[in-house]
Write a protein that binds this ligand. Structure first.
Ligand SMILES: Cc1cc2nc3c(=O)[nH]c(=O)nc-3n(C[C@H](O)[C@H](O)[C@H](O)COP(=O)(O)O)c2cc1C
Length: 305
């Protein structure tokens, strides 16, 4: 799983939390990114700005492509933290699974977290859970337990030491978005993408013009070591698209609409070598194209190469 921890405005508390999260995701692909505001202010400059409701400070863009789970570690600053608002407002969080951790030093935190949660949900994210942690507690054993219990509740399949739990639960499937496949700007088909809220597995369902849906609509389960991809087959007249499970080294047999047969071997970079015939084949990873458009038209692929 691709996990990103985004943090800002935390020192020791943040480092501690990042370590705990990293332990939990030992087997995953984890990136840790500190937000970088584009404007600079000292403590009092930020403090004054933190009391302006809804103020957004621009931040350097973060690449969230392929991210399946995002931890946002944000500090309590006055009324709100402008760089955190800036990040939320300027990134595509639609369908993104987010766990929000707010750190603070003292006083009343009660209205702060729901306000930030509303802001995140308002961007279409799937907010799995929120927790506020006090700085002086952060290194204590009680807090360690509280954090673990919280994370176990919001993402049960990620429980430390329970790799098997991926397999033994009823999927709780939610729609998270779609991918449009175009032929030179004309829509040819759509892949609907759903995800199990517990184990984060993806489920894909193709919708092509003039074809009915498969009886297992969208709930085909693929092996744990494979990932969903979209194979496109383009000739001068049409684009055919199909979602399917892949992994490096796997062989794909494919018959074009013209009857031409092909066999592809998925490369280590999850791509296929299409060759240079009249038909162009491409493989696109679903995780990279969620809520985006794949342009697979002959003109765009061949002539604008
Ligand atoms: C501009 C600014 C405003 C802050 N406002 C508050 C506040 O209103 N309430 C609070 O509990 N902590 C406040 N803090 C402290 C942060 O919440 C704290 O630094 C953060 O939780 C991370 O803790 P750490 O620095 O020990 O890692 C503020 C910090 C800054 C820099």
């Amino acid at each position: 799983m691709n996990v990103i921890v985004i943090h800002y405005g935390t020192g020791r508390s943040g480092s501690y939390l990042i370590n705990r999260i990293a332990q939990r995701h030992e087997k995953d692909n984890l990136d840790v990114v500190k937000l970088e505001p584009l404007e600079r202010h000292g403590f009092y400059g930020w403090l004054a700005r933190s009391f302006i409701p809804g103020l957004k400070a621009s931040v350097k863009p973060v690449d969230l492509g392929g991210c399946e789970l995002l931890y946002l570690i944000a500090p309590k600053w006055g009324y709100n933290c402008p760089p955190v608002n800036g990040f939320i407002g300027s990134h595509d969080l639609k369908g993104m699974s987010i766990i929000l951790i707010v750190t603070y030093t003292k006083g009343n935190i009660s209205g702060y977290v729901p306000r930030l949660a509303r802001r995140i949900r308002g961007r279409g994210a799937d907010l799995l859970g929120t927790i506020a942690l006090k700085r002086e507690e952060i290194l204590s054993e009680a807090l360690t337990t509280r954090l673990r219990t919280f994370l176990d509740e919001v993402a049960p399949s990620l429980k430390e030491g329970s790799a098997d739990s991926h397999h033994y639960h009823h999927h709780e499937i939610v729609f998270i978005g779609m991918i449009n496949v175009n032929r030179d700007d004309y829509l040819q088909g759509v892949v609907d993408v759903r995800r199990c809220r517990q184990c984060r597995k993806l489920f894909c369902e193709d919708r092509r013009y003039s074809e009915g849906l498969k009886p297992d609509v969208g709930f085909e389960e693929i092996p744990d070591d494979e990932q969903w991809a979209i194979l496109t087959c383009t000739d001068i007249k049409r684009v055919f698209m199909q979602s399917l499970p892949v992994k490096p080294g796997k062989r794909l047999e494919h018959t074009c609409k013209s009857g031409e047969k092909h066999e592809f071997t998925i490369g280590d970079d999850w791509s296929i070598d299409s060759g240079e015939g009249d038909t162009v084949h491409r493989l696109y990873m679903v995780r990279d194209y969620l809520n985006r458009v794949i342009e697979a038209g002959y003109y765009k692929l061949r002539l604008l190469k």
